[in-house]
Design a protein around this ligand. Sequence first.
Ligand SMILES: [Zn+2]
Length: 501
Amino acid sequence: MPIRMWMLDLAREQAPTRDHLYQYASIAQEAGFTHLGLYLEHRFAYPSTPWAHGKGAVTPAMVRDVASEFPSLEIVPFINLLGHVEGLIYTEEGKQYREELFKGLQACPSCPEFVDLCGKILDDTLQAFSSQIVHIGGDETAQLNVCPRCQEASEGQADPKGWLYARHFGALAQKVVEAGRTPAVWGDIFLEHPEALATLPQSTILFDWQYFSGVADTAKKLGFHGHQVVGCPTIHTYNAVWCHLKETEQNIRQVAADSKDLSGTCLTMWEGGLFGTYDTLFPIVDWAGKLLQGHDTGDLFRAYDEAGQGKWARLMADEIPALGGPFAFSKIRNGLKCRMLLYSNPFLAWMHHGEELNGPAGDEAFAIANKALQATDDEAYKLPAVFLRSAVEFVRMAELAHKEYALCQPDAAIGHIAPARYLFETLERTAKSAHTRIGGSLADIERCKAARLHVEKVMDRLRKYGRRELGYLPAFEVITNPRFMPHDQGCWWLVNQWANQ
Ligand SMILES: [Zn+2]
């Protein structure tokens, strides 16, 4: 029987309780999935890494409970053992494993202590999960062969990066085989270094993730040495204010069609942080599960009609992306979400999206967000609409403040951004409710708090320096930046490319 898996990213600060995991498992089972993947990274309480157990991490006991409650569903761990270990290398105990100082997300495959740690994490995983498939990660190792130790080890190799990668993952996959299980790895780095495939045990399954096309070409390359391949589409939420339904449907249909002769399909769902709301995506999971079983129930908007959220979904996934700019489909994390929340400076949203959001697109986005709020009674669905409306409102407040500031009218400028404190307070409450409701990001709550405090700090600066008290008027981009320094008129904290080093 082909693998039908739904993989859920818990690593972006998700903090699910046992009941939330039951809810996910029950949705997976009802949709007809055979496997539920839990993408963990550092969000699992491996007994070997007590120093890395962030608050709300999933525990081995929780996993065992879900597995015994849902015996027909295989609960598959997705751990990461080289790239995407940022949750380890940015801790005091874990920084010894990093490939580079204060940069990227990869550990060093030539660090013996890290290789040892990988073995222990894998042992913990084999102990906690009873699944046949054990996914050991391997994606996005962009920092291969950067440190002197790796360069020394790989000297003379025809493909040093591929050699380091194969040495590391070949051994880990072999360990899974020796435990009587089936190793799985992501395919992206093997596509770049195909010769590394030869070192993988024959039973290894390659997970071919292609979110903007099908897998017909890539799966052929990954299967060249006779390994099984699973096609992986995604739900396009990380690159949207909410979710791009049309592109999601297209990707799932294409990968599902291309995977007919493969070992199965794994629907991925990434980045519940930054106001991602997993419970608003359940209709997609249900629709995809049925599609993979051969039951085509129509388009994805119809799936939302059936969930009673059709009108809301059309507003958020049809009308909003059509406005373009920060709402349009893109291949990377949504810029408006990042600038509002991720960089501790929501004025970046004004700097980069001010022109669009202060024009007709902003008027329309604001009106659509309000309609979306009226179109649903469900707390989960209200959240993305509240975020959208708040982002537009904030950017508009900032622009009004900017205009007054440029005229040396700091009191009027302060009057325009003062309400932003309440806006971020409301977002903070919303983030708290998402945390309680579905195990949403704890960091999102803090991000909203930090944004509110930053607005207060900016108000204070405008009061102090908004009448040219420094002898000059810092640009609004500068005075609203967390690193602004009075009298550093030339912004030495910014002007060189090594400003972050
Ligand atoms: Zn290294």
